[in-house]
Design a protein around this ligand. Sequence first.
Ligand code: MG
Length: 232
Amino acid sequence: MTWEALFFDLDGTLYHPEQGLWQAVGRRIEAFLQQYLGLSPQEARQQRLRFAERYGTTLRGLQEEHGLDPWEYLTYVGQVPVEAYIHPDPHLRALLESLPYPKWVFTNADAPYARRVLRSLGVEDLFQGIIDIQAMGWVPKPQKEAFRRAWAAAGVRHPARTLLVDDLVRNVRGALEAGMAAVLVHPQPPAESLPWIPSLEHLPAWLNGHAPIAAPAADEPSPSEKQNAAGA
Ligand SMILES: [Mg+2]
């Protein structure tokens, strides 16, 4: 049994969370919230945390609760100087090249931003494509619908043989609940029991030790669905 595809989260996964880019993006998100909702800096921070917890992202929260035009937000937040924080990473490139599986970027961000980050890292050509928030129908990880849309976008037939690599516990948990494989990449181990590696450098060894499980294809009914259909 081999992996059908690897899905990589972008921010905090393909580059180290302490490189400053994600903090810069966060400052723009909070500045947008201040302007759009007329909040103080402190209120904007709290609102951002609430949206992330409830909807997965600030963007989704603004869409759900305020009918925001997503591109108004993405254009504003995307004006972050990516190239000032992110530089070509030959180690990352060699690591990705060593993994003989189709690779996708699967991010709650938008494709133009993701492309700039990949280009700055010098790894854009190693991915089949970018599954971004628009491709997910504006439904972010960790909602189940986001995973379903991502599998469809990548032409995945066996979610259980497709691996998400992500730095957020809630996304890894959501992926596992949705029926795909997943591993958390984070310097600290999670409080709950989840597949975990401390950094991307550990991914090749982890893949060697964790063969994907056999599972029915996404478009095949499960045995219980077959039974129900037969009994109907
Ligand atoms: Mg991330």
